[in-house]
Design a protein around this ligand. Structure first.
Ligand code: ADE
Ligand code: ZN
Length: 332
């Protein structure tokens, strides 16, 4: 029997895509308001419907077409943060893309970001959840658009916007194609992360570390296929933003028991837990924790330790980190 995990256990989530967290009913509502036909992206029960990773990316981008104004993003941010707070999340880092928020235009991006920051401040006041933003370029949109995204990030870096990363189709291009964007973001003082080792093998993690010089890797789970890389991750202290339910839903692993998160952790890799795009994968943090407790016998003490590691790896100022760790410990 696995230990019951308190649903209110405080959680630190470092890997959540804002549009990917949009409830399907929210997107349907916007589609109705804007008289846009999005029926093809939902199944008969109203869930998002897709096949495999590229199918997922297509549905994701179709859903984004009804998110058009700063006000839409304000409403979305409120909805997402309320859901996260109800799931016990006390701190969340959310991926935002200037490509979706204003089409890569700096002024439009500023307006979208201001609306998102305002919604985050409201959620902090009302639900006590703290949010920081990470700009992500979209890999399959190519290096030129990644540069524009990095410039948007550099221009708006600050207390709220604290990181830069890369999402999208890992099979498009090579990490080194995006080095300019990551150098630009690093010079602006942003924390760096990139999706790798999800759809490509261990070499993709190695190349991402070498060319983009990131502190964290989104997913990175396929590092498990190369013991020398696992050792190198331990040595460098690289943090993996692991999203077990996402990996299972997209067919990378058969089930949670087959997922390498426990083996990576046992070998000393710094692992953290996130939901990625929860309504797409019909997951929540609570469900992830329950599934991990069942599969690996993890207890509340294990999850507390993982959340402390996540707080240590968060892209936030030291005062915020201290408060966060105090909040994690206050409930222990
Ligand atoms: N965008 C949203 N979710 C993603 C994932 N799991 N991998 C790459 N890009 C994404
Ligand atoms: Zn992701």
């Amino acid at each position: 029997m696995s230990e019951r995990i308190d649903p209110a256990l405080p959680k630190v989530e470092l890997h959540l895509h804002l549009e990917g967290a949009a409830p399907p009913a929210f997107i349907r509502g916007l589609a109705q308001e804007k008289r846009t036909d999005l029926a093809g992206i939902f199944d008969h029960a109203g869930h998002y419907a897709f096949d495999g990773f590229t199918g997922f990316l297509r549905v994701y981008e179709a859903a984004c077409t009804v998110l058009r104004t700063p006000r839409d993003y304000h409403r979305l941010t409120r909805a997402v943060l309320e859901q996260s707070a109800g799931d016990g999340v006390i701190y969340t880092e959310v991926f935002l893309s200037p490509d979706f928020c204003g089409g890569g235009d700096l002024e439009a991006w500023r307006e979208h970001l201001a609306a998102i920051a305002e919604a985050a401040a409201e959620a902090e006041r009302e639900a006590g959840i703290l949010m920081r933003a990470i700009v992500t370029c979209i890999r399959h949109f190519g290096p030129d658009r990644a540069k524009r995204a990095a410039l948007c990030a550099a221009e708006t870096a600050g207390a709220f916007l604290t990181g830069f990363g890369m999402a999208g189709d890992e099979n498009a291009g090579q990490p080194r194609d995006f080095a300019w964007a990551f150098d630009c973001a690093r010079e602006a003082g942003l924390g760096l992360t990139a999706h790798a080792g999800e759809w490509r093998g261990p070499d993709s993690v190695r190349d991402t570390l070498a060319h983009l010089r990131v502190e964290r890797i989104g997913h990175g789970v396929r590092a498990i296929e190369d013991p020398r890389l696992v050792e190198a991750l331990v040595e460098s202290g690289t943090v993996l933003e692991i999203c077990p339910g996402s990996n299972v839903a997209l067919g990378l692993y058969r089930d949670i028991a087959a997922h390498p998160v426990a083996r990576l952790r046992e070998r000393g890799v710094r692992v953290t837990l996130s939901t990625d795009d929860p309504p797409f994968f019909r997951s929540t943090n609570r469900r992830e924790y329950e599934a991990l407790a069942r599969a690996f016998g993890w207890t509340e003490a294990d999850f507390r330790s993982i959340n402390r590691d996540a707080a240590a790896a968060a892209f936030c100022d030291e005062g915020t980190r201290k408060r966060l760790i105090e909040r994690l410990e206050a409930t222990a």
